[in-house]
Design a protein. Structure first.
Length: 128
């Protein structure tokens, strides 16, 4: 489900909408389990933006393996050569009560990590 679909489902989640109450259709839009608390959302989709390993996703193993060859078969890409592993040039520090690691790229944003949601479960199959 895309971000736009989630927003539309929320907008339609009232008594007059076509929200499914029929349990035989488990993929149909459902009423939310809890009332919404968020009043605003800032959605950052950073295609072409800074890498996740330079911003909010610290990789300890990448720090240790900096400069080493890839530990798996090199992906078939259009480049002539595949480089070595490269750690983030930014330092990471813990912020907030959650202790979330955030790079020095975002010192002001880092002060608000306890009020933010981070999704670290995205997986892709391309080499880019």
């Amino acid at each position: 489900m895309g971000f736009g679909q989630m927003a539309m489902a929320t907008l339609l989640a009232n008594e007059n909408s076509a929200v499914a109450s029929d349990k035989s259709r488990p993929l149909a839009p459902q009423l939310p389990m809890f009332p919404a608390r968020a009043k605003r959302v800032i959605f950052l989709f950073m295609k072409g933006g800074p890498s996740q390993v330079d911003t909010f996703e610290y990789k300890e193993k990448l720090q240790q393996d900096d400069g080493k060859d890839l530990p798996f078969d090199k992906p078939r890409v259009q480049f002539a050569a595949t480089g070595k592993l490269l750690k983030s040039p930014w330092k990471f520090r813990r912020y907030g009560e959650s202790g979330k690691l955030v790079s020095d790229l975002f010192p002001n944003v880092a002060q608000h990590v306890d009020d933010m949601c981070f999704l670290h479960g995205v997986h892709g199959t391309n080499a880019a």
